[in-house]
Write a new protein. Sequence first.
Lengths: 293, 293, 293, 293
Amino acid sequence: MSGNSGENEAPQSAVLLISCPDRSGLVAAVTTFMAERGGNILDLEQHAEESSNSFFMRLEWDLRGFAPSLEDIAREFEPVAERFSMKWELRRRDQLARIALFVTKAPHCLVELLARHQAGEWAADIPLIVSNREDLRGVAERFRIPFHHLPVVAGNKPAQEEAARALMESHRIDLIVFARYMQIVTGGFIRHFPNRIINIHHSFLPAFPGARPYHQAHERGVKVIGATSHYVTEDLDAGPIIVQDVARISHRDSVEDLIRKGRDIEKLVLARAVTAHLEHRVLVYGNRTIVFQ
Amino acid sequence: MSGNSGENEAPQSAVLLISCPDRSGLVAAVTTFMAERGGNILDLEQHAEESSNSFFMRLEWDLRGFAPSLEDIAREFEPVAERFSMKWELRRRDQLARIALFVTKAPHCLVELLARHQAGEWAADIPLIVSNREDLRGVAERFRIPFHHLPVVAGNKPAQEEAARALMESHRIDLIVFARYMQIVTGGFIRHFPNRIINIHHSFLPAFPGARPYHQAHERGVKVIGATSHYVTEDLDAGPIIVQDVARISHRDSVEDLIRKGRDIEKLVLARAVTAHLEHRVLVYGNRTIVFQ
Amino acid sequence: MSGNSGENEAPQSAVLLISCPDRSGLVAAVTTFMAERGGNILDLEQHAEESSNSFFMRLEWDLRGFAPSLEDIAREFEPVAERFSMKWELRRRDQLARIALFVTKAPHCLVELLARHQAGEWAADIPLIVSNREDLRGVAERFRIPFHHLPVVAGNKPAQEEAARALMESHRIDLIVFARYMQIVTGGFIRHFPNRIINIHHSFLPAFPGARPYHQAHERGVKVIGATSHYVTEDLDAGPIIVQDVARISHRDSVEDLIRKGRDIEKLVLARAVTAHLEHRVLVYGNRTIVFQ
Amino acid sequence: MSGNSGENEAPQSAVLLISCPDRSGLVAAVTTFMAERGGNILDLEQHAEESSNSFFMRLEWDLRGFAPSLEDIAREFEPVAERFSMKWELRRRDQLARIALFVTKAPHCLVELLARHQAGEWAADIPLIVSNREDLRGVAERFRIPFHHLPVVAGNKPAQEEAARALMESHRIDLIVFARYMQIVTGGFIRHFPNRIINIHHSFLPAFPGARPYHQAHERGVKVIGATSHYVTEDLDAGPIIVQDVARISHRDSVEDLIRKGRDIEKLVLARAVTAHLEHRVLVYGNRTIVFQ
């Protein structure tokens, strides 16, 4: 009756992500390349944006019974890519991403991510949690993830960011997730991880950026609240949006109610963004994202 | 099998709307007042906002078999109201409101409102449509509503607003609805109709106020679009919000797609706000609304 | 500030819809075929269902500057189709579909469809409205669409269905829409229009099929109501589902409230299904649909 | 910037839940009773159902500075209740409910409930978890809740249900939550806990009752999936519904995708039902619920 085992295994497949100027024959060139090598296409999604003459594509193919190595594929694909001026990436679905979680004191996003990880939803390892406070050490211990306390006080931010960066490097981190990390991070740190830091902001951006968005929302008297996950850029709360969702509220809701109802949206919106990123479904172009389904 | 007659009759009931400082004994005082006169309460909803120590109440009672006239009720209620420093209004549900619709060239909101009116959803008359363009005269004629063309060109806005105001007066208009009226109206006009002009803005305010919100939304790369109905105040797109709703979008949606999908939200959000207003469910306090259910 | 012109023109493009057993090389074969003829692909979406080993594809390409006629394309595509055992259809986006609307007495779906048609949202003509009652003749006249009254009484259903069928034939109807048509239609009629009759049922099927779904919903005490558009098959309310949507309700809602709130969902769900059908985005397989985006 | 402490304290207030035949003067009688004792009403919501002539009310008042004991209130209220033939309950908001969680092997609902409990969202204790399998013992240990394994095999169900019942009694359990408990429970057990067992069913009931609802949903080709929390009665999946919610799906979703997406709805729908129950917002009448806001 159940089925909900949750112990998914990552599919044995590879993903090719492409962006380039739109041109006739693009899809045919790529799919023929794959057909000639016996690649069975599991999923293909493309998107052409007329206004910017841009082309985007995600191609996933089966690696079971597929002879060429990804290194061979990459080398052989190079001439095709050059012909169409493509920017491209090649990824295995079953290669474990290494994620670092940054938190402060709200547990809901952290528990949501750890529970999904533990349930086997993601092809990922979470080797560490970083926090500027001690509040969530207990949660980290309960899920047996090493917890690093890097408190930020007057004057020590550069040193602590450098310490964090070193941790990322020594743990070979692929993706940083700010799971309600309530510290403003400098451009110096962010530039090391372009499109590799996902944040959750507790409003439907661009409404209510910055501090205390639920207080702002209550003050403005909106009838809908939301949450936004986005890649972190040097512009606060202005990076490329990955996932947004909302919930209806009413005058009956106090600020505390908004905070409570908001938590349910925040944690799901953040988890969906992480899932999309890990499945190589997100392409950033300019300040926007393509999120393939 | 149907039932959808749509020919609702307005209930023979009266509504008392109250706002005042919160205090013990308020609900008892009002309900006892009503019980002593044999009023059968059909619906009572109250809301106390702790942070501002404010109290709000909507009481609807049956007029069938209810002897006192509303004039008597109003006179007798005065001492109760004074005791609690109440601001209050008394309304009949079956008294026809008189609505003026202001439009420009997009037909979807206009048709939505006229179709609901024609189907008998509202206890209202719509004696006229005002427009700064001729585009929708055909729609007005189809629904047999007089259409007034008041074009706004350089320098004539004061005169045209005065003409509109005179029309409102001569038609004894209770409620003005901007059904995608694409003209900025001056404070001089607005001040005549406090909390009596409802606008539909095609974004989830406070995001994307002003012109071309769908273009702004596309540019920002949001994953959700919305619409907001609000009372018009002198601050553009900043008045008290009555109803908001949203729709999910994706990178596949061009600006034109957003405009098309947005129309479905706009017309429903506007219609719901008009319904709430006509059923005397909306209380404005400060720049926010209480919308009783 | 507006932009909402609504006067969309149908794109000058063609659509190829394919379903067949899944096999390696399918996408490459089709896209190469198109590339060799200089076809610029505007949109390609494919779907492989592993459990049934089925493959589905929708390919839309630009006809501007595309030399071959669709007849040529069809002839030349035949060998490709045969090789992969494809079932396929070829359609122009700018060819006007001819729609007949069937109604009874609820106006909301009818007005919604006519308003969209009038606003130019669809590449379609609506040459007639058929009804078993007279109630909506006024609406038809207001939109200047011929209205045919075919009352169904004891014993005359076969004759009236034959009359309706003849009307469809003489008006060369491509699509029939039951816009709250409250008559059960026999298999004899339905078999003439396979996957060409769209119905709106006022529940989230398979919950509450048959008569008076809102009464059933109220009786069961559900917290959500819905609407379902589907192709009509000989099994009542059991045909392939195209679009569904829902609205939240509460114990406060009477049956009449459900009917009223339901109308907003019904009309949008039906309109979306008609749009998807007209844009050649729907593929039926078994009793399910693929609805390409 | 945060605020999300989560360490809510239960309000020091009391709740009076009333259901009775509708009659004039009901609200006044109750609110006057409270005013005479100096009770400050924090929230009052009433609902009259015309079709059944029923009246329902939830009154919450402040206990800070309120002299009478709840025992006194109960005794003094008795004559009022008798006069109106009321069924009524009196509850403190800050009295800890004692909850038992029943699970099988899916962890998502269990983790959701435990995380909320741990974050202090509920005025509740969770003294034990019961399961027919061992799978989730690790989760229980991580949250330090005693785990009782009561496997059900051929012939031992009566004995195991009796063991479970004894556990409920010895732990003075007020509420049982089936958090994806995949065992059919007999009437003998259920009758001990009328309206005190909450189940989560993974479909929008009444669609897809019984086993494997996501498989049924996929087979039927619905475009929306849902989850339903309800009180358990002797009719399988047919008890009074407390909360329902849905998510949109498409043809792209396999059964596994439905299961995965469904988990997010299930856990939130179940948590909301538990919250409503614990805050004394749910009244059962017949097979339906009133869920006060």
